[in-house]
Design a protein. Structure first.
Length: 478
């Protein structure tokens, strides 16, 4: 349950600490619905009737003075849902290209830190009398798989009716904290730190065998993380200075086609996704004049460490693992095999445990030291780009009686990262989205076409008798 004056975890706070002028640490989604669109007032009222299920969305970030710990979540006494629900319309004829441009502009603007860190845009005038909802939420507020965000409470499982319980009482914000209260909380937390460490020590004494085993794994994981830092990622056009403006594109692929590739060539759907990205980057780098012989791109692969049954909890419960993408390989089947083996080795490694240890140590660091230490999570020495794949519901969702037709994830660009690729499945389809720096990635659409070409190449290898045209895979999205 979200409480007034909850302290941000080290992982949550790292997304705030590393936000720069050109790097906005917000994520979101683009959702296309059958029309007609609800009015802004109807949509806002629907949302407000469900905000009690995600109370964090009425809270803002409070930065303590005098180095008294990481930021806090506090109730916003001036919360106004009208500020967070925006209304727009596409210029006629409301094409996919117009929608991409609008989404890029929305995600080019940093969220106001003096208010709760989210926005929802109701966009009318999309082609075929459909409408769009664009969500934008700071990564400090929610991770990609937590389930504790607005999109989980906005929708219903059936066209008519809802199982959402009404609020038990009217929301009343707590007053903003003063310096004395924040300092008292910080002092109290410092006082409990030795007790926390003592509990861990007692746990080690009670079950020394398990503790020793975990300690060995943690040491191995720290070594693997250190190796990744000592041996920097290769220099490519994927990394360098970025500005605040974004390009955005996406394509939709039937989930069954990715499963056909997986069943024929082995591995998982996530392996197929990474192999597709690898193949597209292989050809894109060559189009940029980069030699790919011996070139192995490094990708940040977010991994959920959320416990079973903890899907509705708040904040980030993720860690980053560094995967290797074999962009040196010329053959798509060989790339798939190498990605599959690489991910198998990665899952068997202790990288995730090492990253968890680093995050737990950051919990006790003063803010200034923490801000410097958190750069490790986003360092270009560690990786070249972010790739993330989130499984979504395989059944239709509804908003005010309108069915959601398409769900597109939108990732963020960390400092010096010019490209991020995200995938999310929904109701039998997978949306593959690319977010790029506006100036550094003018050929983002060409890269998206290469993604689709790579899906077709892998399908051809999986089922040689099939000769589907790659363009068919873009369907509604291009």
């Amino acid at each position: 349950m979200a409480k007034h004056m909850d302290r941000l975890s080290s992982v949550d706070a790292s997304f705030l600490a590393q936000e720069r002028e050109g790097s906005h640490m917000h994520i979101g989604g683009l959702m296309i619905f059958e029309g007609p669109a609800p009015s802004r007032e109807e949509f806002a009222a629907h949302l407000e009737s469900r905000l009690h299920l995600v109370p964090r969305y009425r809270q803002k970030v409070w930065f303590p003075r005098f180095e008294m710990g990481r930021p806090l979540w506090v109730d916003d006494p001036t919360f106004n849902i009208g500020y967070h629900v925006r209304h727009s319309a596409l210029p006629d004829p409301g094409s996919v290209e117009q929608l991409r441009l609008l989404a890029g502009r929305i995600f080019s603007q940093r969220l106001d830190r003096s208010k709760p860190l989210w926005e929802l845009w109701l966009v009318e005038g999309y082609e075929r009398d459909e409408f769009v909802i664009i969500s934008k939420t700071h990564h400090a507020l929610v991770d990609g798989v937590s389930g504790a965000d607005l999109t989980t409470v906005l929708f219903d499982l059936q066209r008519e009716g809802t199982d959402i319980p009404p609020p038990g009482h009217e929301w009343s914000p707590s007053p903003e904290p003063g310096d004395v209260g924040v300092m008292a909380k910080g002092v109290g937390e410092l006082a409990t730190t030795p007790l926390s460490l003592a509990r861990r020590t007692l746990g080690a004494a009670i079950s020394p065998g398990r503790t020793v085993e975990r300690a060995r794994g943690a040491a191995a994981g720290l070594g693997e993380v250190a190796w990744a830092g000592i041996n920097p990622a290769p220099k490519t056009p994927l990394n360098g200075p970025i500005g605040p403006h974004r390009r955005m594109t996406w394509a939709r692929v039937p989930l069954v086609e990715l499963k056909e590739i997986k069943n024929a060539l082995g591995g998982t759907v996530n392996d197929v996704f990474l192999a597709v990205v690898t193949g597209a980057l292989h050809r894109w780098l060559r189009s940029r004049g980069v030699r790919t012989e011996g070139l192995e791109i490094r990708s940040a692969v977010p991994v959920s460490v959320r416990a079973a049954g903890d899907g509705g909890s708040l904040g980030n419960q993720i860690t980053i693992m560094i995967g290797r993408l074999p962009t040196f390989a010329d053959d798509p089947v060989e790339r798939m095999r190498l990605v599959k083996d690489s991910m198998k080795d990665l899952k068997a490694s202790k990288q995730a445990l090492g990253a968890e240890v680093i995050a737990s140590l950051e919990e006790f660091a003063p803010p200034t030291i923490f801000a410097r230490a958190s750069r490790l999570h986003f360092s270009t020495r560690m990786y070249n780009l972010l790739t993330t794949n989130v499984p979504g519901p395989q059944f239709p969702l509804y908003l005010l009686g309108r069915e959601m037709l398409e769900l597109v994830p939108i990732a963020f660009l960390a400092p010096e990262q010019r490209l991020a690729v995200a995938a999310m499945s929904y109701n039998g389809s997978v949306a593959l989205s690319l977010v790029g720096d506006y100036d550094a990635m003018p050929d983002l659409e060409a890269l998206a076409d290469l993604v689709i070409d790579e899906v077709a190449a892998l399908r051809g290898a999986a089922k040689p008798d099939r000769s589907d045209r790659p363009a068919l895979l873009r369907e509604r999205s291009g």
